[in-house]
Design a protein around this ligand. Structure first.
Ligand SMILES: C[S@@+](CC[C@H](N)C(=O)[O-])C[C@H]1O[C@@H](n2cnc3c(N)ncnc32)[C@H](O)[C@@H]1O
Length: 213
């Protein structure tokens, strides 16, 4: 899509909260890894999907600065919560300090550690899962959360277009492990008869999956 049209789409999308604006501002000003942030437009999409699903429990794999966790929190059902996991103590501390300033401070649970170790210990039934951590584990995460996801619940996976590199994987070119893992993840989801899915070409690609069986 041309840049003016993207700008137009952004202009006609509802504004984000002041806390989210502040996270993005500090992230873009101070950090070299800011491409990890969901950012304004994708954040609004995640928030609206959450509002449509009205989840009681959201599991987010990959907190970073807590931007997307706060977006999901906007759609929680009464009494609902977001559980968000990350291995990075430094970014998690920053995420906590931002969440503290928001109206959702009591609705977000932060867990520190590797997702492959934390997920099997979760007792909650999940309504919505956001996969946004190490790319090589996307398929593992999908399998680990699937039985915990309620029927009709959704999994959203970020970066599934991987700046277009998945096309190289599809055409059989030699690719790096992350690209291969993401292409295999997309293939696996498409072949999974238990779900309905759509790959939305928003930002770096969002795979939206609904558990139907
Ligand atoms: C792309 S960022 C998350 C961005 C955030 N969801 C957002 O949209 O603003 C990916 C995060 O995954 C975390 N991560 C990487 N490997 C992980 C693992 N094995 N378990 C948990 N978190 C991991 C990284 O530390 C990083 O903060």
């Amino acid at each position: 899509m041309n840049e003016n049209l993207i700008k137009y789409a952004e202009n006609y999308t509802a504004r984000e909260s002041e806390t989210l604006r502040e996270i993005a501002r500090q992230c873009y000003e101070k950090r070299t890894d800011s491409s990890m942030l969901s950012g304004f437009y994708q954040g609004r999409v995640l928030s609206l999907l959450s509002k449509m699903i009205q989840p009681k429990v959201v599991l987010e794999i990959g907190t970073y600065l807590g931007y997307s966790a706060l977006c999901f929190a906007e759609g929680l059902a009464t009494g609902g919560k977001v559980i968000t996991l990350d291995v990075n103590a430094e970014t998690q501390a920053t995420a906590k300090s931002f969440a503290e300033k928001s109206e959702y401070k009591d609705r977000i649970e932060f867990r520190l550690g590797s997702a492959t170790e934390i997920i099997p210990k979760l007792d909650e039934t999940l309504d919505l899962v956001f996969i946004d951590a190490d790319k090589e584990n996307y398929s593992n995460y999908y399998h680990l959360v699937f039985d915990k996801l309620r029927l009709g619940g959704c999994i959203i996976a970020d970066n599934v277009l991987w700046s277009g590199k998945v096309l190289q994987a599809e055409s059989g070119e030699e690719v790096d492990p992350d690209t291969r893992a993401l292409h295999e993840f997309n293939q696996m989801v498409l072949q999974d008869r238990r779900v309905a899915n759509v790959l939305l070409p928003i930002r770096d690609g969002l795979m939206i999956v609904r558990k139907e069986k």
